[in-house]
Design a protein around this ligand. Structure first.
Ligand code: PSV
Ligand code: MN
Length: 423
């Protein structure tokens, strides 16, 4: 199904008047309001193809009616999110979960829907049916060169698929590591990983980027070969100028200061990509902003500051959601995540950076805190609504989605028992 411009207009009708009044009020309050609205209106976040169906845990998965059963239907779902929010014009594919049999058909469909292909994600953390060698003891780090070669070949295949779709980047996340002390030799695992990554990197077109994602634990619980941003940064530096670190918000030990990591990476020109999600305990993959919205705001503060003072010529990161859940309607959930990301971004854009710098230089801790908290406590709903209106999207996307009864339309179209590929 496709949402029409008329449906969106209709959903906005009852909300327009109040919105205009709110906007007029807000204009009086913030000097840089127009600029903030403009940034938010132009901002886009890639939707992960694997989050469009019901997620699961290792204990179970509860299906959801009208799930997309193939890649074409997943694109339709991303278009629904994009039409409603005006901020999700890209999809990030996980291969082989979302392999496209005929890339030209998929590309044509995406073009028609106004969607791009963001980073391609390889998968050497699961064995596939037709696969010759197992990744049980690792992939790019494996002790056996034949297994490493197979994992390298898979990544090269993913790059080739991405080229056909118009993507410009590859995200490598490795589950490689060990569950027991002594199981692997750290040094050998690192060297093997680096030389495998070099082979993949050599295949990367000049205008592509490689993002190296780190994670401290899971699925391995004693060691992960790429456990932290430092390891990722080291690997990227050894590979060359097209390799960057990717920060997944769920891939840190509890209470890690992620905003400081973000700042350091931008300072060094090494922040390539972002996976947004939220967590209470580990890599919980909860909807963005549900647990630690202040942390997300502080991360955006570093992003805003980092890109305004971008001496290292850091490219604009690939922004992606990486959440998965087993309770909510995935489309409503993704809309909520897009909303939370933009909320944090808009609040960070309201920070008076000049005043903050003055407070910092004067060591006025109280003033610095007030400046941050003033921005965090600002209500930015109207800013997001105005940005959406300018993109011909819905003022309140979740409400519009419900009013249009999208899920039931999808169930009518696809049935109750379509199961999406993915986690
Ligand atoms: C691993 O936890 C990860 O964050 C990687 O990005 C994977 O590709 C993705 O999750 C799968 O959901
Ligand atoms: Mn991730």
């Amino acid at each position: 199904m496709r949402i029409s411009k008329e449906q969106i207009k209709e959903s906005n009708n009852g909300l327009l008047e109040t919105h205009k009044e709110d906007l007029a009020q807000l204009c009086k309050k913030h000097k840089n309001l127009e600029q903030v609205i403009d940034v938010i209106a132009k901002y886009n976040i890639a939707i992960p193809s694997w989050a469009l169906g019901a997620g699961g845990t290792r204990f179970g998965r509860f299906g959801f009616g009208g799930e997309p059963g193939n890649l074409e239907q997943k694109l339709d779902d991303v278009a629904i999110i994009n039409d409603l929010t005006g901020s999700a014009n890209a999809v990030s594919l996980h291969i082989p979960w979302d392999i496209s049999e005929d890339a030209s058909v998929i590309k044509a469909k995406a073009d028609l829907l106004g969607l791009n292909f963001d980073a391609m994600n390889s998968n050497t953390f699961q064995d596939q049916k037709e696969q010759e060698y197992s990744y049980k003891f690792g992939s790019l780090c494996h002790t056996d060169k034949t297994v490493r070669d197979q994992a390298v070949a898979h990544n090269i295949e993913v790059i080739d698929q991405g080229i056909a779709l118009g993507s410009k980047s590859l995200t490598v996340w490795l589950a490689d590591g060990s569950n027991f002390p002594g199981q692997l030799n750290f040094r050998r695992a690192f060297e093997n990983t680096l030389s495998s990554l070099k082979e993949i990197y050599d295949h990367l077109p000049d205008d592509w980027k490689m993002f190296i994602e780190y994670k401290p634990y899971e699925p391995n619980f004693y060691s992960m070969v790429i456990q932290d941003w430092g390891t990722s940064h080291m690997l990227a530096k050894d590979l060359g100028g097209k390799a960057y670190t990717l920060v997944d918000l769920g891939h840190h030990l509890p209470n890690t200061n992620i905003e400081q990591i973000v700042s350091t990476l931008i300072t060094r020109g090494m922040l390539g990509g972002f996976h947004f999600n939220d967590s209470k305990y580990g890599d919980d993959d909860l909807s963005v902003g549900v647990i630690k919205p202040y942390q997300l705001f502080l991360i955006f503060n570093e992003l805003v500051y980092g890109f305004e003072n971008n001496k290292a010529n850091n490219p604009v990161p690939a922004w992606m959601i990486d959440a998965s859940h087993n309770l909510k309607d995935p489309l409503e959930d993704l809309i909520q995540s897009v909303d939370a990301i933009e909320t944090a971004y808009a609040k960070a854009l309201l920070i008076d950076q000049k005043a903050l710098e003055e407070a910092q230089l004067a060591n006025d801790v109280v003033a610095a805190q007030r400046i941050l908290q003033d921005a965090f406590q600002s209500d930015v709903k109207t800013i997001l609504a105005e940005a959406r209106l300018r993109n011909a999207a819905a003022i309140d996307p979740v409400q519009a989605y419900r009013k249009m009864d999208v899920r039931n339309e999808l169930i009518k179209e696809r049935g109750m028992h379509n199961a999406a590929t993915g986690l």
